[in-house]
Design a protein around this ligand. Sequence first.
Ligand code: GLA
Length: 362
Amino acid sequence: MMMKTGTYAFLLFLFFYINGAVAQQKIVDNSKGLKDYYKNYFPIGVAVNVQALTQYKSLILSQFNSITPENAMKMAPIHPQENRYSWRDADSIVSFAQSHGLRVRGHNLCWHEQTPYWLFKDSTGGRVTKEVLLKRLHDHIQTVVSRYKGKIYAWDVVNEAIDDDSTRFLRNSLWYQICGDEFIIKAFEWAHEADPKAILFYNDYNTERPEKRERVYKLLKMLVDRHVPINAVGIQAHWSVYEPTVSDLKKTIEQFSSLGLKVQVTELDVSIYPWEKERRAKRPGESDTLTPELEQKQLEKYTEVFKIFRQYKKVITGVTFWNVCDQFTWLDQYPVPGRKNYPLLFDVNQQPKKAYWGVVNF
Ligand code: GLA
């Protein structure tokens, strides 16, 4: 039977359409993500909030095999009142991870920032005693770690306890003023008690800078010497296209792991601006574009640091990025509110940047 030209054309169209769709599907199916390129090295993680789980769902699932709650498990959000925990966001992130087979890093149990208003106060509004503060820390750790026992494989137990002033050792935080160094030791002991299988981390930034590295090392050594149950150290890696140097990074990994501790890169991003600590306003005329030169520098820095991570794969047990793509990064608000930054491997449209290809082509 003769087929009408129109029908024939339609069938031809259908054939190519279906084939095209299948071909496209194949490309998507075959595309490897960061986690696949690094499957013989270490898990690749990303920090998320609850919105990211829907907004960037397919990017997260195709690229990463570990997640860290960006804020949801910090003490203020998860424990807003002494007798009330707020589990909703933390639970959603953990159950997302469970249903998609991702690991979860818990972040964090004890930090001087993002603390709830009640924590350091007694009932008359005065400063709480050491006994009471340690009891609160114990109850917090016991409750949070137990809830996620077996679901969270690693915890940042103490975050950023070293002072910013290079001539001082421990940060003069309220934790320290009230408890001395005991809060650090106890935090690890109680986390271990609550989940003996969890891998316990000390986590800090600028750890590659020699002056800071020495002080972090001193703290880690003190903990190891006292048989405190610490297993690993988190190098936050809030870096820039200008730092760290190869030798500083290698020295840090070598020095920390010489104590028998594993190392993870826990909060990686590569800012296009030099590091600044203090918040400030954007200067008139201050540019905030990703120029081709900066993009090239960023490609080089990412390529260089991942080469080092691969060289140290025996001690590096994970690399986590701090946010998913350049559409949303905490560095848009810090240290210069409203100055756009582009620190990640995916651009504002969730597409891989040049730096991505530097990381995966080895
Ligand atoms: C520190 C903390 C993180 C996060 C970043 C900024 O590195 O460890 O939880 O707050 O600052 O986003």
